[in-house]
Design a protein around this ligand. Structure first.
Ligand SMILES: [Fe+2]
Ligand SMILES: [Fe+2]
Length: 265
């Protein structure tokens, strides 16, 4: 099974890149399933039903998110009604929405449908929100998901490389892949861990790379110079789709290949 994960989609340029590049990537790599982090898809902050539909219409099967979850109030609608939209699992009990889901691969032949579980978890080190322990909750959730399928993809939305690597090692052999998001900088440490989990510390972001993590440069520098709040508009140029391509052995759920993706628009 071939799966593509797309790193944080930033604003309209990011959505546009997915719309134009994904159909081509789907065909080129004979993709079975596509997951994308959409936490920055609405003007760079948060997600709305409208931006989520655009991403689904472009061919993404499941959207994950992260700490920008609450930036747009319309997200409540998505959390209440859209099972293909996930928020980090470790928000307080009672938070609307779901942290994981089990989905059918649309491409497989009828009678031979493959189930894919997707899990979204948020880290705690250097993150603003004091969420529940991601290690303990993820371990419990993975155990539950494995009763239905061994093919499990995890988006770990976190800042610190140490927390991300430890999390990948912790789940090694229990899930097919752990890919990090949130820093918007793609790391070069893709690997198959010893017990068969594909790992990448950060997938990067999909959007304008001539900027600061997808935003215009000047206001960000101004903010560092003055400490005064500034509006960070989404940048425009050098749009790249970042992500990772993962090949999974269906019978065992183990990954056999992981490759970074950086596709310019
Ligand atoms: Fe984030
Ligand atoms: Fe992000």
């Amino acid at each position: 099974m071939k799966l593509l994960f797309i790193g944080d989609i930033v604003g309209q340029p990011g959505r546009n890149a997915v719309k134009i590049l994904l159909p081509k990537l789907r065909e080129q790599h004979a993709l079975d399933f596509v997951i994308a982090n959409g936490e920055n898809s609405a003007g760079g902050s948060g997600i709305t039903p409208k931006t989520a539909w655009e991403i689904f219409d472009a061919g993404v099967d499941v959207i994950t998110s992260g700490d920008h979850l609450w930036d747009q109030k319309e997200v409540m609608e998505l959390l209440a009604s859209e099972k293909r939209f996930l928020r980090p699992l470790n928000y307080p009990a009672g938070t609307p929405g779901l942290g994981s889901g089990v989905f059918e691969n649309r491409k497989s032949e009828i009678g031979n449908r493959k189930l894919i579980a997707v899990l979204n978890v948020q880290g705690r080190t250097f993150m603003q929100q004091p969420l529940d322990n991601p290690f303990l909750l993820a371990a419990e959730e993975v155990k539950r998901l494995r009763e239905r399928t061994k093919i499990i993809f995890v988006d770990f939305h976190a800042e610190a490389t140490s927390e991300k690597i430890a999390f990948g090692r912790f789940l090694d052999g229990q899930v097919s892949a752990v890919v990090g998001t949130h820093t918007h900088v793609q790391t070069a440490d893709e690997q198959i861990l010893p017990r068969g989990t594909a790992y990448l510390t950060d997938a990067g972001f999909t959007g304008p790379h001539d900027g600061c993590l997808g935003r215009e440069i000047e206001p960000v520098i101004e903010r560092f110079l003055t400490n005064m709040p500034r509006r960070f508009e989404v940048a425009k140029d050098r749009v790249i789709l970042h992500g990772a391509l993962i090949e999974i052995e269906e019978a065992t759920g183990k990954a056999v290949k992981i490759q970074r993706v950086a596709e310019a628009l």
